[in-house]
Design a protein around this ligand. Structure first.
Ligand SMILES: O=c1[nH]c(=O)c2[nH]c(=O)[nH]c2[nH]1
Length: 286
């Protein structure tokens, strides 16, 4: 009896590419999850460890980022075709390339502000007791992105600090917000919509030096525009976007090609309260 190598393929899965096109102040955004799988005459590495035909999966990832810079992204089908043809035509041992792309949609909120398509979740928590009634409303998974107008610098550096100072970065977050109402009667639907609009407005229009500053701006905007709300708590994950170093391929990257980081992420949390309202009758958490 003998064992034979059956069908096989290999590649880099889930390269998270965010591509920003800049036409003056107006930016365009493509947000892709790109997976590449190559197959062909790959028996040598499986059978003997001979890697002479194994284009590294790391190279596939680099190719995704470099192609975004060199050719732009455009429609996902066109980008996938360009990549697939490249691998098959440049690697003799590769007879087939499968490129799958998930493209995440973003709605425009402003020249360089976007909201991820798809639904957020509206929330409420009501506590009724003999002595009081407390109404908390909110939302989560509400994903916002500014492709510029965000900086982060001036922070302390110790021997473990490697983060470069940023004078132009992407700021993106999935808003988790809860706000406590002053009373148990309100036009709930309208109150919710207007509070959400205030969050968006503050995010879009705050030139940000930290996500913390943006958080405070979002909180104050809600309280300023909604007298029925006593206080608001925000938890804002800092959805990091890392500028890809394309210099090994002799390419500049002037704020165009980013890795959308997954984990870990910064988590910025804070409460904004009116100083002239009674404290919450009972504890409430995010
Ligand atoms: O807006 C930010 N706040 C931070 O506290 C922080 N820390 C970090 O590494 N990047 C950022 N960005």
């Amino acid at each position: 009896m003998a064992f034979v190598l059956g069908p096989n393929r290999y590649g880099k899965a889930e390269t998270r590419l965010v591509h920003v096109t800049r036409e003056g102040d107006t930016h365009g955004l493509r947000d892709l999850n790109v997976s590449v799988a190559l197959s062909g005459d790959l028996s040598a590495t499986h059978l003997t460890g001979d890697n002479s035909g194994v284009l590294p999966t790391d190279t596939m990832k680099n190719t995704v980022y470099a192609f975004a810079r060199e050719h732009g992204v455009g429609e996902p089908e066109a980008f996938a075709l360009r990549l697939g043809r490249h691998f098959v035509s440049t690697q003799p041992q590769v007879s087939s390339a499968r490129v799958s792309i998930e493209a995440y949609g973003w709605e425009r909120l402003g020249p360089h502000s976007f909201r991820r398509k798809g639904d957020f979740t509206r929330l409420c928590v009501v506590t009724v007791s003999e002595d009081f009634t407390q109404v908390v409303s909110g939302l989560k998974d509400f994903v916002l992105l500014n492709s510029t107008a965000s900086e982060f610098h001036g922070f302390p550096r110790d021997r473990y600090t490697t983060l470069p100072e940023a004078t132009d970065r992407i700021l993106a977050t999935a808003v988790d917000a809860r706000w406590r109402h002053l009373s148990d009667t309100a036009a709930w639907g309208e109150s919710f919509e207007k509070a959400k609009d205030a969050l968006v407005n503050a995010f879009v229009n705050t030139y940000s030096y930290s996500l913390q500053q943006t958080l405070f701006s979002m909180g104050t905007r809600v309280l300023d525009s909604r007298p029925e709300i006593a206080e608001i708590r925000l938890a804002l994950p800092n959805k990091h976007h890392y500028l890809v170093d394309l210099s090994p391929f002799d390419l500049e990257n002037p704020g165009e090609v980013f890795i959308a980081g997954d984990r870990p992420y910064g988590l910025i949390e804070g409460t904004v309260t009116r100083d002239d309202v009674p404290p919450a009758p009972t504890e409430w958490y995010l």
